[in-house]
Each structure stands twice: as structure tokens, then as C-alpha cells.
Design a protein around this ligand. Structure first.
Ligand code: A3P
Length: 287
């Protein structure tokens, strides 16, 4: 059933729930009972939604634009990935920055009442296209398949973690968007108006920034600079032979799905989004 790896590599959490790596089960209790600290800042997103971009934005604002610190230490170390590094995250000195692709329901129940949480949502059609590019660059077995095949797995609940999870996860965070510890961002809004996003993050973290600081940070976060920034662009993964190209900075546009989707896929997408967003007022401006 699964293309990427043998089916027993994956597990479904809950009867209609998320499809995740089976290895997750080993760490699931540790993650659920993870010891939270009030000064933790979490970025909780679905993969390929602009996670890396927002991690760097949040880290820079929280650290008073420490360009030297950002340059010196890769983002993967400054902002470790919970699912792969739960013990490292646990031992990290405060203030901790934690990235996760898990939905709120699989994270410590007190997370939102204890820590700051930033969620970035992105049009799931662009997420699927971005994931397609991601897979062409990874050196593991990967979904070495055409976009249309990947999309069919995606909407038919047959892709590890890549099916309706993207909407389930964003729906859940969206429902919590008014919680004082939740900042809900859209990738498309960052593309349109990055300075406003920086201001939103600064307000959320209780930081004051001058227009000059904001402008310099936006230059640092701009697509071209980001693409060439070895601290954030996934260079460490190339060096570790995990990927053959830059995994986290690819095209940096919205609406790429239009080039990749034929009429059938477009219709499928509309229906699939309607089905999965029923009873929610979450919408994507990219319609
Ligand atoms: P594309 O593949 O559509 O280009 P994640 O970090 O969650 O894996 O998300 C990766 C996506 O964010 C990629 O999308 C990548 O290009 C985009 N991205 C990363 N940095 C960006 C930046 N500075 N500006 C715009 N998009 C960026």
C-alpha cells in the first residue's frame, strides 16, 4: 500500500487518524509526557509549509536579531526536530526552540497553556507539490513517482503523514488561534508581506523592533539570501548524504500547483478540500 517503504514501517494513530512512522510509537509516550518549560518556543507545522522559514524568523526575533549566532550554528541545532531528537530537546538549555510536525493532539496536553506555539499553514496543493520536489532530492527510497501518482496517494490517505493530515493539523491549530499562546500564520501571507509577519511575531514574543531592524531581518529572510544561507538551507543534510539538493529552500512561490495539476487533479483537490474543511471556517487565500 505504501510506496515509500514497506507497510510495516508506518502506523495509523487512531482509527481514522494520522499515518506516521512506526518508530514514532517508541517515542510517543516520551513526547506526550515531554517536560515543558514556560519559555519554550515551538514551531508546530505540517512539513513543506514554510517551517524552516518561520523557524529562522522566530529564532531571530526571540534572540534580538543575533546574526552571528544564526550564522555560526545550523538551524537544525538551534531549533531541533522533536520527533528525531526528543532526548536532545529535553536536555537543551533554556530558552528552548523546538520544531515538530506532530499535531497538537499528539503533543503534551499542557503545551498551549505553558509554551508559545507558532503554526504555519499553507495551501495543501502547494504542500503536495513541494513534497514532490523534496522527494526528488532525498537519497532514501522516497516517493520516486510522478506528481499525479503522489497526489493520488496524498488524497486517498495512502501517503505517510501526507494525506488529509495537513488539513487536520491546520484545522486543529486554527481552532486554537485565539489562544494567547498560539500564533497562526499563513505561508502565503509571509510571501505577500514579510514585514507584517515579523511584526506579528515580535508582538507575540513581546519584543520591540525598530523599522530598520525589521527591514534588515526581512533581507536576511528573503528567498535569495535564504537559499544561499548554509545555516538554514539544509546544507547539513546534503553533507550527511541525506539529500542531493537544498531541501528547505526550493522555489518559494505560491500557486505552483496550477502548473502541476491537470483538470482531474484540480477537481479532486476542490472536493477533497471541501470534504476536509467541512465545519471549519479555515480557508486558503490561494483559491
Ligand atoms: P517550495 O518547495 O514550494 O519552494 P518546509 O521548511 O516546511 O520544508 O517548507 C519548505 C518550503 O518553504 C519550500 O517551498 C521552500 O522553498 C519554502 N521557503 C523556504 N524559505 C523560503 C523563503 N525565504 N521565502 C519563500 N519561501 C521559502
Amino acid at each position: 500500500r505504501f510506496v515509500k517503504a514497506p507497510p510495516d514501517t508506518y502506523v495509523r494513530v487512531g482509527p481514522k487518524g494520522y499515518v506516521l512512522f512506526k518508530g514514532f510509537l517508541n517515542d510517543a509516550p516520551k513526547i506526550y509526557n515531554f517536560s515543558l518549560r514556560p519559555d519554550d518556543i515551538w514551531v508546530v507545522t505540517f512539513p513543506k509549509s514554510g517551517t524552516t522559514w518561520v523557524q529562522e524568523l522566530v529564532w531571530m526575533v526571540a534572540n534580538d536579531c543575533d546574526y552571528e549566532g544564526s550564522d555560526k550554528t545550523p538551524l537544525t541545532t538551534r531549533y531541533p526536530f522533536l520527533e528525531s531528537n526528543v532526548d536532545i530537546c529535553d536536555k537543551k538549555p533554556s530558552p528552548r526552540f523546538i520544531k515538530t510536525h506532530l499535531p497538537l493532539s499528539l503533543l503534551p496536553p499542557a503545551l498551549l497553556n505553558t509554551c508559545k506555539v507558532v503554526h504555519v499553514a499553507r495551501d495543501p496543493r502547494d504542500v503536495a507539490v513541494s513534497y514532490y520536489h523534496h522527494n526528488t532530492k532525498t537519497t532514501d527510497v522516497g516517493y520516486k513517482i510522478e506528481m499525479k501518482q503522489l497526489w493520488n496517494l496524498f488524497i486517498n490517505d495512502q501517503c505517510d503523514g501526507m494525506d488529509s493530515l495537513t488539513l487536520k493539523m491546520s484545522r486543529r491549530s486554527w481552532a486554537m488561534r485565539h489562544h494567547p499562546n498560539m500564533l497562526f500564520l499563513f505561508y502565503e501571507d509571509l510571501l505577500k508581506d514579510l514585514p507584517s509577519a515579523v511584526k506579528q511575531v515580535a508582538k507575540f514574543l513581546g519584543k520591540t523592533m525598530t523599522e530598520e531592524q525589521i527591514s534588515r531581518l526581512c533581507t536576511h529572510l528573503s528567498f535569495d539570501n535564504f537559499k544561499n544561507n548554509k545555516s538554514v538551507n539544509g546544507q547539513v543534510l546534503i553533507e550527511a548524504n541525506y539529500s542531493t539538493g537544498n531541501l528547505f529552500v526550493n522555489k518559494g512561490k505560491s500557486g505552483a500547483w496550477r502548473e502541476y495539476f491537470d483538470e482531474e487533479m484540480k477537481l479532486q483537490a476542490t472536493k477533497w478540500m471541501e470534504d476536509n474543511l467541512r465545519d471549519s471556517d479555515l480557508t486558503f487565500s490561494n483559491e
